[in-house]
Design a binder for this molecule. Structure first.
Ligand SMILES: CC(C)(COP(=O)(O)OP(=O)(O)OC[C@H]1O[C@@H](n2cnc3c(N)ncnc32)[C@H](O)[C@@H]1OP(=O)(O)O)[C@@H](O)C(=O)NCCC(=O)NCCS
Length: 307
């Protein structure tokens, strides 16, 4: 019986999705549904270089994607050492990317915590899913003078949108990054709607955006009467913060989602990101689900050592 690890190949998307779907069924991660799974699978396929898979007799039985804080083994292949091998591969991927830690989401229930402890990880902080109920009034957006608000369109080349996303999140606690290939793939999807990305730019340089909001509408979850809205990303370039742009973009995102029929609106935020958390709470969002993140330091080859 052969077991091993190797880089993920995009043509293995169906196998990847099989692992994700089987795990979702068994582990029932709160706050993570089929639509989130679809989003993550598409993002992995679009940026395959940062992902490793575990093989059991040529069957893909698990994967690690440090960018998504995700290490998952298919339920039928657990307790065979695949998780341990994927963890080692995750450390290598992170070291090769020149980063100093492997951060993984560890569900509150199931084997995750025992596994994370066995790997020498420690709890770091939590990501929270926050929800805004349909009854909460949210003010209409009122942007400061001197800026223009524009929907995404051909006026903005994709590489510049990707740069805006990455620059807005530089120094963010979860250090998320996006590649051009990922955003190209997201925009190439048949259900992509350019109106779900709204940008703010200085009025005198309307083609040079400084802030954005991205939203999505998901099918209703079990027991939910209306589709669920999601504010996927809100970002403001550092030098443009403190002028209310984030607050108004959040209000705009909520208004757009409600206009499209959304009931509950959700978003996720790293608890360490106190500024964003405060903004969301003041707007009426309430904590709904906790996603604990655990961490393990990594020695970067040729670097000064682990932190
Ligand atoms: C957590 C998970 C990745 C473990 O994968 P796995 O392939 O079963 O893990 P391994 O066989 O490599 O186990 C490595 C060690 O973790 C610990 N461990 C794993 N599962 C465990 C369980 N159910 N109970 C107690 N300890 C467990 C053990 O110390 C184990 O070593 P041992 O088998 O020598 O005793 C898998 O259960 C999973 O995908 N769960 C859902 C996703 C998740 O929780 N991810 C968290 C990643 S930090």
């Amino acid at each position: 019986m052969s077991r091993g690890i190797r880089p993920f190949r995009p043509e293995e998307e169906p196998a990847l999705r099989r692992v994700m779907e089987a795990a979702l069924e068994v582990d029932a991660y709160p706050g993570f549904n089929a639509s989130d799974l679809d989003y993550e699978a598409a993002a992995i396929v679009a940026a395959p270089d940062g992902v490793a898979v575990a093989l059991d007799d040529d069957t893909v039985c698990g994967y690690v994607s440090p960018r998504h804080n995700d290490l998952t083994v298919h339920p039928q292949f657990r307790r065979k050492g695949h998780g341990r091998r994927l963890f080692a591969a995750g450390l290598d991927l992170v070291a090769c990317a020149g980063e100093h830690e492997l951060r993984l989401y560890v569900p509150l229930s199931g084997a995750g915590q025992a596994f994370a402890r066995a790997m020498g990880m420690t709890y770091h902080s939590s990501m929270w899913v926050l929800c805004l109920s349909p009854e909460i009034d949210v003010s209409e957006p009122a942007f400061p003078s001197g800026v223009v608000v524009r929907s995404f369109g051909d006026w903005l080349p994709l590489p510049r949108l990707v740069a805006l996303l990455n620059d807005s999140f530089a120094g963010h606690p979860g250090h998320p990054t996006w590649t051009l290939a990922q955003i190209e793939a997201a925009h190439a999807r048949p259900d992509f709607d350019p109106l779900t990305t709204t940008l703010v730019a200085p009025a005198d340089r309307p083609d040079e955006p400084i802030a954005f909001v991205r939203t999505a509408v998901e099918s209703p979850a079990d027991g939910d009467p209306a589709p669920i809205g999601e504010v996927r990303l809100v970002g403001v370039l550092a030098e443009w913060r403190g002028r209310g742009l984030g607050r108004e973009l959040l209000r705009l995102g909520v208004a757009q989602l409600r206009a499209r029929g959304a009931g509950r609106v959700k978003l996720s935020v790293e608890a360490e990101n106190e500024v964003a958390l405060g903004l969301y709470r003041r707007t009426g969002f309430e904590p709904a689900v906790e996603w604990p993140h655990w961490t393990h330091s990594v020695t970067v080859p040729g670097g000064a050592g682990s932190r």
